[in-house]
Design a protein around this ligand. Structure first.
Ligand code: UQ1
Length: 432
């Protein structure tokens, strides 16, 4: 009965309502919770807040006016009640169940049901903010149990190694969430290491290895994705796409995944080991701050790294909205560009150096093997060495395990490593 129909005014260019999703978790922290359940779109011509009598009625009417695909209803409750019946329920003349129907059954067909709660309204900007509601149920408490770990937190990374060693028999499940993550290759790297470890210790035949990913692809760059799919086939690993971890029942060693192609449909898997990659997002201080974009990332020019609105503000690393994979290698390349940008801005000149989105992911595929993925904003390979880097190589493993830490502590952090572009140019002299 308390629904508000938020209906567009027709005075501006796009007169509907934007849905904002501020709630994503801080990068690599389990403590706070996650993005509003993703709606199919972030903009609707008609957005109805509340799925009570008023909200459902108006969504049916608006569907007839503007088409179902342009209407969404934000409503967290799974059950819709016909409350007038409660007089009789209270009087013992009807049962409570007679007043209840699943919310999905009263939602007009084709209208999107956004299973979330509105936390703030910004009518001046035609925006509403949704609650953080895709916290993984059962976490972080579940980490107190054995058999579960995550390489993404200092508190849980050593639990991964313990679970790996304690593995006896059953499903080993590795997850990838429904949000951007730091180093998107890492969720599967630990899977290849686990597979190799169980092979080494004679337990491989006891392990049913699964990669349950929210994505529809194994990796965003085709050249490396093809190589990884070969490895996955050869090592008998099952990949389940569009599966998002929504609950962990650590006491029963059960993980619950939502099928993103069939919203609301879940699957429960028993696990003997579970590696969780948590949902991630911008830190709280940025969300809704003047320097952030609508999600909460620092809103910078993707070539110069200068803030789009405040010329004396710059961004680097995970907190930015640079559309590339968030890695230390990306930070290295960004640092070289940002140094030039800031130097010119300080002299009242315009920035000239351009960041091409360079990022690198050393895909660890075993205890002595790495595929060195390097790519740019267009997800095109941008490789340092004039060899086929999509092949698993021992040399690249040593680079990752032995050389990179040295480069990091002694060069990058001291401001003397701006990424491998100069090495790449040298290596490719005379070559295409
Ligand atoms: C890199 O520059 C870097 O930053 C220090 C990393 O992070 C630890 C990397 O993993 C990689 C691969 C690079 C790129 C460097 C070379 C020599 C290819």
């Amino acid at each position: 009965m308390s629904a508000i129909g938020v209906v567009s005014s027709c005075s501006c260019l796009r007169p509907g309502v934007w849905l904002l999703k501020p709630g994503m978790q801080k990068m690599s922290s389990f403590g706070l919770h996650t993005a509003a359940r993703c709606a199919a779109k972030d903009y609707y011509e008609v957005l109805v807040l509340g799925g009570g009598a008023g909200g459902i009625t108006m969504s049916a009417r608006m569907k007839r006016k503007v088409g179902a695909e342009n209407v969404a209803v934000v409503e967290p409750s799974k059950t819709h009640y016909y409350q007038p019946l409660w007089t009789l329920v209270g009087g013992g003349a009807k049962r409570l169940a007679a007043s209840a129907r699943p919310t999905g059954s009263v939602m007009p067909k084709g209208v999107e049901w956004i299973k979330s709660r509105v936390t703030a309204l910004d009518p001046d900007k035609n925006c509403v903010w949704l609650e953080n509601d895709i916290k993984i149920k059962g976490l972080p408490e579940g980490f107190h149990h054995p058999k579960i770990g995550s390489n993404y937190s200092v508190h849980t990374v050593e639990k991964t190694w313990k679970a790996l060693q304690d593995f006896k028999e059953g499903n080993a499940i590795f997850t990838f969430p429904n949000t951007p993550v730091k180093c998107a290759g890492a969720p599967q790297k630990i899977m290849y290491l686990s597979e190799a470890y169980w092979r080494k210790t004679g337990k491989r035949s006891k392990a049913n290895i699964m990669f349950n990913t929210s994505l529809g692809v194994i990796f965003g760059v085709k050249k490396y994705a093809d190589a990884l799919l070969e490895i996955i086939k050869e090592r008998n690993i099952a990949v389940n796409y569009k599966r998002n971890l929504v609950e962990v029942r650590a006491d029963k060693q059960e993980a619950v995944f939502e099928n993103l192609d069939k919203p609301g449909v879940t699957e429960v898997h028993q696990y003997e080991m579970l590696h969780v990659t948590p949902p991630m997002g911008p830190p709280d201080v940025l969300i809704n701050s003047p320097v952030a974009d609508e999600i909460g990332w620092v809103d910078v020019n993707k070539e110069t790294l200068q803030h789009k609105k405040y010329p004396n503000v710059f961004g680097i690393g995970d907190c930015t909205n640079l559309p590339t994979s968030k890695t230390a290698a990306a930070v290295a390349a960004q640092s070289g560009v940002l140094d030039k940008t800031i130097s010119l801005v300080m002299k009242n000149q315009l920035p000239t150096k351009k960041y091409d989105g360079y990022t690198s992911c050393p895909l660890v595929t075993g205890y002595n093997k790495v595929i060195l993925a390097e790519f740019d904003y267009d997800a095109q390979p941008l490789e340092t060495f004039p060899i086929d880097q999509s092949k698993e190589r021992v040399t690249m493993y040593h680079m990752k395990a032995d050389m990179m830490p040295f480069l990091y502590w002694n060069m990058l952090l001291k401001g003397y490593w701006g990424g491998p572009a100069p090495v790449r140019k040298l290596m490719h002299l005379g070559l295409k």
